[in-house]
Write a protein that binds this ligand. Structure first.
Ligand SMILES: NC(=O)c1ccc[n+]([C@@H]2O[C@H](COP(=O)([O-])OP(=O)(O)OC[C@H]3O[C@@H](n4cnc5c(N)ncnc54)[C@H](OP(=O)(O)O)[C@@H]3O)[C@@H](O)[C@H]2O)c1
Length: 247
């Protein structure tokens, strides 16, 4: 297995939720971590402090991943980046009443899909000469299952990321760069109570064969597997408690 100690890992959208835990777990594995965020500096500073407490090497990079200039500036400022985890997403529950269907679709695609496209391209260019790199795209079981009406843009954006994975896996192979997708089902993040009532959580859990959402640590473990195993590329790790095959 490849060592990821001392590798520089950029996790987009790492100021809360799953991204926060991936950043912490990668720091524990010895990576030098970069926390990306767009809006909430305080959250990002809190994650940085948590990692520093663990003795980790950590930086913060604010950048809207949907902004091409900002993405290129972020990569220029960071120097070497060995691992890219495309985790940032526009919160699908954050849509305002005023936003039209088309405006919402554009915004979701801009952050989730265009963002991952831009960061992957910038990452690829600087990782190629070193002949080692890892891209992990965080998608969702909603890439494969029919989406509810309010989640269509989200599902489309996540499915598009699978095409990114295959493209960067193919083009990265000659340069020792792998690309994989991790596709979770429900994840129990610190924000789950803001999105689901306890009744709704119980209802959604009952539809999962294993009867519960994943912990962020379980998902981070799948991410770390793809980082250490350099022979896995272009693949999807479905980690959803059995939701994928459930009727
Ligand atoms: N939660 C689940 O049940 C679940 C299930 C399946 C898959 N997933 C996937 O897992 C990943 C993490 O989910 P989560 O629930 O932890 O997400 P989350 O709590 O909504 O956090 C999203 C993160 O993305 C950042 N972000 C938003 N817009 C951005 C932009 N334009 N540029 C850079 N960063 C931006 C946010 O930072 P700011 O706050 O600073 O904007 C935040 O750190 C996502 O890709 C999601 O699709 C989640």
């Amino acid at each position: 297995m490849d060592s990821i100690e001392e590798k520089v890992a950029l996790i987009t959208g790492a100021s809360q939720g799953l991204g926060r835990v991936i950043a912490i777990e990668l720091a524990k594995a010895g990576c030098r971590v970069v926390i990306n965020y767009a809006n909430n500096r305080e959250n990002a500073e809190n994650v940085k402090a948590e990692i520093e407490k663990l003795g980790g090497d950590v930086r913060i990079a604010r950048c809207d991943v949907g902004d091409e200039t900002a993405v290129n500036e972020m990569f220029s400022g960071l120097g070497q980046v060995d691992i890219l985890v495309n985790n940032a997403r526009l919160d699908p529950w954050r849509r305002t009443e005023k936003m039209s269907e088309g405006e919402w679709f554009d915004q979701v695609i801009r952050v989730n899909l265009k963002g991952a496209f831009l960061t992957s391209g910038a990452f690829f260019a600087q990782a190629k000469p070193r002949k080692w790199g890892r891209i992990v795209n965080m998608t969702s079981v909603r890439s494969f299952r029919p989406a509810e009406m309010n989640m269509i843009a989200y599902g489309v954006s996540k499915l598009g990321m699978h095409a990114l994975t295959r493209a960067f896996a193919h083009n990265g192979a000659p340069f020792g760069i792998t690309a994989n997708t991790v596709a979770p089902g429900m994840i129990v993040t610190e924000n789950i109570n803001k999105r689901l009532t306890s009744e709704k959580y119980a209802e959604e859990s009952a539809a999962i064969p294993l009867g519960r959402g994943a912990t962020c640590e379980e998902i981070a473990d799948a991410v770390i597997f793809t980082l250490r195993n350099g022979y896995v590329t272009g693949e999807t790790i479905n980690i959803n408690g059995g939701m994928y095959y459930a009727p």
